[in-house]
Design a protein around this ligand. Structure first.
Ligand code: FAQ
Length: 316
């Protein structure tokens, strides 16, 4: 029946479903641009989760005690799980996983700018959990209402786990901030280095964001980049104050009239430079991912050989 309808009619029915908040499922008709936008966003999101394991993975062997090590290990494993759900969600749209991963390795596909900054001290584990997972949740809770069913459903569990990650990060920061002067200084230094890159995670200002308008019409995105960034700033500043740390922004003021914090100008040159592959760790991150793929080739080959053997035994 679908093939008898004109493209205009199909598009009209598609948009009506979106407007009524009916989820789009993998076998439903969808405009090609909608499919491509989702593949782009979901695969970039998946890459971010996987590359995002590296800065924290760097500290698993150096966590200060067994409890911290176990928690960090669990958190990094959660990120791997998020990546896998998301690659699967992209596959429901027809994306080939192998090609998707090759696009990351060739530099064709993007991943979040934040993961191109180094983790220099233990306090960075606190700053990442608190700020990076905090920013991720702010962006991902609305994605639980995304119009594409598989992405929206994956986000429900992801957000529950991110919420634990945010709290474990804040707990590390609070602990350090109440510790020795050296520990407090370490926490402040981590905040100084991660604050601005965390704000950049939300993407370019609305005026520069080429995808937002269309993505909002399709209810893939429910808020603009600037709206989410503002929400993040508004909830995070009182948290910093609570633990006695200072946000590294001399222009920060609370506007009594609007009820929002006003913050300084983001360094967009730095943002685009990192997005284009020239951040402090871009090369290192991609080299590490490529090596992991090469080193894991024998596991994939063995798994395929085993599956093949089982299949042959079954059909014999
Ligand atoms: N980094 O027009 P817009 C996490 C690109 S997960 C790099 O505004 P859009 C969990 C954008 O792709 C963090 N590139 O684009 C975790 C586009 O380029 P394209 C990731 C960026 O899609 C925690 C161009 O700029 N979260 O942290 C960035 O409407 C701890 C124009 O931008 C998601 O991926 C950036 N920051 O809005 C893991 C959430 N921002 O594709 C481990 C899902 C923008 O045309 C440890 N994604 N670009 O070549 C989204 O919500 C959206 O894709 C945005 C960007 C909001 C990221």
């Amino acid at each position: 029946m679908v093939k008898d309808l004109s493209i205009q009619e199909l598009e009209k029915r598609f948009q009506e479903k979106i407007d009524k908040d009916i989820k789009i499922e993998p076998n439903d008709w969808m405009p090609d641009d909608y499919r491509q936008t989702l593949i782009r966003q979901i695969s970039q999101h998946a890459h971010s989760e996987i590359v995002g394991m590296l800065p924290e993975g760097n500290w698993i062997t150096r966590a200060p005690n067994l409890r911290r090590k176990a928690v960090l290990l669990a958190k990094v494993q959660d990120e791997a799980g998020h990546g896998l759900y998301l690659y699967s969600a992209a596959e429901t749209l027809g994306a080939d996983r192998e090609e998707t991963i090759d696009d990351l390795h060739s530099g064709k596909a993007k991943y979040s700018s934040i993961f191109n900054y180094p983790t220099l001290s233990w306090a960075d584990m606190g700053a990442i959990g608190w700020l990076v997972d905090g920013a991720a949740i702010m962006n991902q809770v609305p994605l639980c209402r995304c119009s594409y069913g598989p992405y929206a459903r994956a986000m429900v569990r992801v957000c529950k786990e991110e919420s634990f990650h945010q709290r474990q990060g804040f707990e590390i920061m609070a602990h350090l901030a109440q510790g020795s002067p050296e520990q407090k200084a370490m926490a402040q230094d981590a905040l100084n280095r991660f604050w601005w890159p965390a704000l950049m995670m939300f993407g370019p200002n609305d005026a520069e964001s080429k995808h937002t308008l269309q993505s909002m019409n399709w209810k893939i995105k429910r808020h603009t980049n600037d709206e989410l960034r503002q929400q993040f700033v508004d909830v995070t500043i009182p948290q910093a104050e609570m633990i006695g740390l200072t946000i590294p922004d001399k222009d920060l003021i609370f506007n009594e009239l609007t009820g929002h914090y006003e913050f300084g100008e983001i360094n967009w040159d730095e943002f685009w430079n990192v997005v284009k592959g020239n951040g402090p760790c871009n090369k290192d991150r991609i080299d590490t991912r490529k090596k992991a793929k090469e080193d894991g080739a024998w596991v994939r080959e063995a798994a395929l050989a085993f599956a093949d053997k089982r299949q042959k035994r079954k059909s014999a």
